[in-house]
Design a protein around this ligand. Structure first.
Ligand code: ADP
Ligand code: MG
Ligand code: ZN
Length: 516
């Protein structure tokens, strides 16, 4: 199909290769979707000249995505995804998203843009529609080979955008579309993208110049905000957010009192102990698990921290100011961990310090502290969490390894032994693997188990049968012969230190992909 340049003012009939087909809608959609479609038609009326909007396919904090059909000049009908951005998005932000799609997209597993419509502050980006399955729906039936190919293609898209100096910043399965039947892959959503120092995307440079115009992050707490005192989650109980405010004043951080205590704290290494502040007050909290009132009155450190907590790299979670393309590689590692263990989402954290603690439970607290030191952050953790063997972890979570039969111990605070062999329900066909560490952090692995019927009843004949069936299925799906290379690559993607972390280009050369 011939592409005309993206037009930002609306579409002119002669510049346009597709035309409208305003036949009345046949397919029935729920009433609320109908209302949304009507709203979109009112907001951007020129869409109706081109598309029959048939359904809503995505709804996020920053956009709604619709399925539109258009009659092509040759008489064929084609489907498009129409991404309607929230009107409050900064114009440069929107233009940068569009430029990523048009400059880097359309090849190498990266989604391209076909058109863009605008009326006043309403912008709709038109992309080719790609049918896809949600990972959460298919994770329990994926074969190892599919996982290997999925990661290969994800890395391919990352190598490509990284060559353009684009940091995606929101790599997660929802933004990497996968069509299982046609084996198609597409990286979408450049709504949080940023440029490297030498980016080829002009508008990403502008974005940096504009002193950062991040999308507001709703529904999650900032590292410098505080946990509610009444927070009941396990981790909220064992840890508190203790980040030294450095740059900007945030009244919210003042809500925090010295009553806050916990095992994890992050601060810049440049913050010297016993430092005399302007007010002439001495800080006495350095390398303790407290933040003193002197430090609480400091300004907050500003660093990009967009994305989804469970996929954020340690350097993002600790607000390291110089972040690069390695942050996307970390997120790809979290996806691989999720797919190998059959748990999605793997990490589910409501804020950055919980996310950091969850990383420590897998990669080790000492190792995390060491890595943070390399990028200038001092991490304090009052409890040592051992690094886990990735194969053991994934096979246990898949139910391929026996778990101890004794009393279940939560992963956090577990003894060295039981932490390395968390007791997890079997990957039986009846069990829908979803949350990995997410469940565990709500109430430890024990909670996950006690909810599982198999745990309460003794293992009878039918359970054994289930197990045999699941073993056969698992073997058919290749999970009984996952090569060491897969765990080696996982270890390299989840390198806590961004400076030594494998790059997407290097990862494509990994021996796991030697035949591709
Ligand atoms: P947001 O910024 O709101 O997350 P995305 O660009 O990620 O917006 O799109 C949201 C969802 O819409 C995606 O997760 C995907 O399911 C769907 N989607 C986006 N682009 C396309 C496309 N080109 N084809 C099919 N579905 C798409
Ligand atoms: Mg998205
Ligand atoms: Zn202090």
């Amino acid at each position: 199909m011939e592409l005309s340049p993206v037009c930002t003012e609306g579409i002119s009939t002669d510049g346009c290769i597709i035309k409208s087909d305003r036949a009345p809608r046949k397919s029935k959609v729920p009433r609320d979707v109908e209302v949304d479609i009507e709203f979109l038609h009112k907001a951007v009326p020129q869409l109706a000249k081109v598309f029959r909007i048939v359904d809503k396919i995505g709804e996020g904090t920053f956009s709604s995505v619709y399925l539109g059909e258009a009659q092509m000049r040759d008489g064929s009908r084609e489907r498009f995804a129409l991404k309607h951005l929230i009107p409050t998005s900064h114009p440069t932000r929107i233009a940068a998203e569009l430029q990523c799609l048009t400059v880097a997209g359309g090849r190498e597993n990266v989604m391209g843009a076909t058109y863009c419509f605008r009326k006043e502050d309403h912008v709709v980006i038109v992309m080719p529609y790609m049918e896809h399955q949600a990972i959460v729906d298919i994770i329990s039936s994926l074969t190892f080979e599919e996982v290997r190919l999925y990661i290969y293609h994800l890395l391919k898209s990352l190598k490509h955008i990284h060559q353009f100096g684009i940091i995606h910043r929101d790599i997660k399965p929802n933004n990497f579309l996968y069509n299982r039947n046609s084996k198609m892959y597409a990286l979408v959503d450049f709504g949080l993208a940023q440029g490297t120092a030498d980016t080829q995307i002009e508008l990403l440079k502008d974005l940096t110049r504009l002193s950062k115009v991040p999308r507001p992050v709703f529904g999650e707490k900032n590292l410098n905000s505080c946990l509610p005192a009444s927070s009941t989650t396990k981790q909220a109980a064992i840890m508190t957010e203790l980040v030294k405010p450095i740059k900007t004043e945030d009244p919210a951080s003042r809500r925090y009192s010295s009553a806050s205590r916990g095992p994890v704290a992050v601060r810049s290494q440049s913050q010297k102990p016993q430092r005399i502040l302007q007010q002439g007050l001495t800080c006495n909290c350095y390398m303790t698990d407290r933040v003193c009132n002197v430090c609480l009155s400091r300004k907050q450190q500003v660093a990009p921290r967009a994305g989804t907590p469970g996929f954020r790299a340690p350097e993002v979670l600790t607000k390291c100011p110089n972040q690069g393309t390695a942050i996307d590689v970390w997120s790809a590692g979290v996806i691989l961990l999720s797919l190998l263990s059959g748990r999605y989402p793997f990490f589910k954290a409501s804020d950055d310090l919980i996310a950091l603690t969850q990383i420590m439970t897998i990669r080790g607290s000492r190792e995390t502290i060491q890595a943070a030191k390399s990028f200038g952050k001092a991490l304090v953790c009052c409890r040592e969490l051992p690094r886990q063997d990735l194969r053991t972890l994934c096979e246990t979570l898949r139910g391929r390894r026996p778990s101890p039969d004794d009393e279940v111990t939560p992963l956090h605070g577990a003894s060295k032994d039981s932490a390395q062999h968390p007791k997890i329900p079997d990957d039986t066909p009846t069990h829908r693997p979803t949350d990995g560490i997410s469940k565990q952090h709500e109430g430890g692995v024990g909670q996950t188990l006690s909810n599982h019927p198999e745990n309460s009843s003794s293992k009878d004949a039918s359970t054994r049968l289930d197990k045999q069936t699941s073993e056969v299925e698992s073997s058919e799906r290749g999970w009984d012969r996952v090569p060491d290379e897969a765990y080696n690559l996982l270890d390299r993607l989840l390198d806590l230190n961004p400076a030594t972390r494998i790059t997407a280009a290097q990862a494509l050369q990994h021996s796991l992909f030697k035949d591709l």
